[in-house]
Design a protein around this ligand. Sequence first.
Ligand SMILES: NC(=O)c1ccc[n+]([C@@H]2O[C@H](COP(=O)([O-])OP(=O)(O)OC[C@H]3O[C@@H](n4cnc5c(N)ncnc54)[C@H](O)[C@@H]3O)[C@@H](O)[C@H]2O)c1
Length: 283
Amino acid sequence: MRVLVTGAAGLIGSGVVARLAARHDVIGLDLRPGTQVSIVGDCHDVAEWRHRLGTIDAIVHTAALHAPHVGSRSDADFHRTNVKATARLLDLAVDSGAGHFVLTSTTSLYGHALEPDGVSVWVDERLDPEPRDIYDQTKFDGERLVASAGGKMTVTSLRMSRCFPEPAPDMAWYRLYRGIDRRDVAEAHALALERSGPPATYVISGATPFRRDDCEELAREASAVIKRRCPGLIERMARKGWQPPNSIDRIYDGGLAARELGFIPRHGVDSCLAGDWDPPPPQ
Ligand SMILES: NC(=O)c1ccc[n+]([C@@H]2O[C@H](COP(=O)([O-])OP(=O)(O)OC[C@H]3O[C@@H](n4cnc5c(N)ncnc54)[C@H](O)[C@@H]3O)[C@@H](O)[C@H]2O)c1
């Protein structure tokens, strides 16, 4: 397929281009140049670069203003990039006769629903989003636009968990319940391009060892549950000086993506322990 990937200079988009390039003819678009960028342009201003595109079969839309921009960019900027540009790209997909549109969305849009009330929150696609800030709201609005185009092509929103570079112990523990490796994110996007059917939304996160009936104890005494579900892990992490969290406030459940997309995250806490990081922790 000929696939347009927006945000191709970014953390996620560059990984997605690299992953898709093995099987597809990929055009990377970004505001800024980069090794995976073929067209420098604004995804809001489709008319300016449309003539350089030729036909396309699919769009993977990773470009966005996101959490780090909250407070420094206006609400109007968020709306322009995360909502209006998404609408224009959907129009482009329809005009081009594309068969697929994949939106990189976020678990952040669950917002207030992630605030635990003495019990960890089990997060899957059945939990209602309660956007907390302009980022959450505009990503949720973008998802709804994408879903509304479902009669015209196969549309998929991937609610990704965090994959920023962060201190090593945080990134390692997060892989159990609220974080993911960039290579796994890229794989989920590749699988989403292979599906067909009605609009779908998936939570995409590292594989969790926890179960729904662990939620009460995870909030109260996380290490007891970690000992039970991951024997020996606390000791192995302790050798690196990585102490377990006292409490875990949410668990992202990627079970639906496993069942429907065949998505199996490969780079979990064991990869972190082996020093196999992507993205690497900050120095
Ligand atoms: N990184 C994470 O932990 C994380 C977690 C959940 C969801 N996400 C989602 O993943 C996506 C990518 O995030 P990232 O971490 O790679 O961010 P990033 O800032 O590294 O990359 C975003 C890229 O989009 C480009 N861009 C922004 N506006 C554009 C526009 N109007 N036209 C063209 N290009 C534009 C930027 O130049 C940048 O290169 C976002 O949609 C974000 O909501 C990221």
